[in-house]
Design a protein around this ligand. Structure first.
Ligand code: PMV
Length: 325
């Protein structure tokens, strides 16, 4: 039930982020409260734009992605999110969400992060929530944990917290313009197991305790390496976190790597003998290579047979337009 006859619209934009220190596993499922804190870099040029419309004529929430009405399974996900937001913030009225991903959807390139961060910003407007950035980060987290970090530009830290208000991300003051990711797209297929499902399975394995303990020990070291802008310190820590994530996932019988991923990582191993570059993978088969801009010209010829995107640090999420009619 809408409270007025007015139609409110807001469009917001958010970049994806790549976790340098990975998040994996929820202490509280409904609110996406994690067991450990994580660190990420928001990327430039890979983003989602979401237009939300609060329309009194709507009889239910509806989601379109790239102009197409999504499957019922996806509709249920967004309705669960919007219902939770309405319940927690005491708001009313159904919403049409029109998202455009400028990212390959569901291929481990974290389009859920840019999607929910952009949705949270637009929601803040049309529901008049008046949230500050921490509040926006928590609002985005309710949709997808990693989205909490896409509210900010550059580096961010998601403090695990204990409840809805204490689990939010914050921007790190460090600026490191030389740092760059080469995103290597090995597959555009949608993954078979969602991160939510895979996380649940991981929690039941003995490997999970080691994931938490090791991630916690990597955390201060990574903050220090970012502060010092030391690629040779940061790179190995990023690889350790990625390896740890994927060995934890494999312990539950799931492997996000494809044959192409293993082959590509063998190739990376050879390239590492010549260049300072480091790899990381999220819940998908695509590989992100971390390096410094100064090496790009020399490295690029070695990637010409691959579909790649080069992305440095991106800016914060922002509202493009808002209107009431
Ligand atoms: O919040 P989700 O459901 O997008 O899960 C993200 C999990 C990883 O991408 C693997 C790690 C991370 O911290 O982004």
């Amino acid at each position: 039930m809408a409270t007025t006859n007015l139609i409110k619209t807001s469009t917001a934009c958010a970049n994806i982020n790549i976790a340098l220190l990975k998040y994996w596993g929820k202490k509280e499922e409904k609110l996406n409260i994690p067991y450990q804190s994580s660190i990420s870099l928001t990327l430039d040029g890979l983003y989602t734009t979401s237009t939300l419309t609060l329309d009194p004529l709507l009889t239910e929430d509806v989601l379109f992605i790239n102009g197409k009405r999504v499957s019922e399974k996806e509709q249920i996900k967004i309705r669960r999110y919007l219902n939770l937001v309405r319940e927690m913030y005491h708001r009313f009225g159904f919403i049409k969400v029109d998202s455009y991903n400028h990212v390959p959807t569901g291929a481990g390139l974290a389009s859920s992060a840019s999607s929910y961060a952009s949705i949270a910003l637009a929601l803040n407007n049309i529901y008049n929530l008046k949230l500050d950035q921490k509040g926006l980060s928590s609002l985005a987290r309710l949709g997808s944990g990693s989205a909490s970090r896409s509210i900010y530009g550059g580096f961010s830290v998601w403090h695990h917290g204990e409840d809805h208000t204490s689990s939010f991300a914050e921007q790190l003051s460090s600026k490191w313009d030389e740092l760059v990711f080469i995103v290597v797209i090995l597959s555009r297929e949608k993954k078979l197991v969602s991160s939510r499902e895979a996380m649940k399975l991981s929690l039941e394995t003995p490997a999970y305790q080691n994931f938490i303990a090791t991630s916690n020990s990597l955390y201060p070291k990574m903050l220090e390496a970012i502060k010092k802008q030391d690629l040779m310190r940061l790179g190995p820590l990023v690889e350790t976190s990625s390896e740890l994530l994927h060995s934890t996932i494999r312990a539950s019988g799931i492997d996000y790597y494809l044959k192409e991923t293993y082959e590509f990582l063998d190739y990376v191993k050879e390239l590492k003998k010549r260049f300072p570059l480091f790899y990381t993978l999220d819940a998908g088969p695509n590989v992100k290579i971390l390096t410094s801009r100064q090496y790009l010209d020399d490295i690029m010829p070695f990637f010409k047979q691959y579909e790649i995107v080069i992305a440095g640090a991106g800016g914060e999420a922002y509202v493009q337009t808002e209107s009431t009619r």
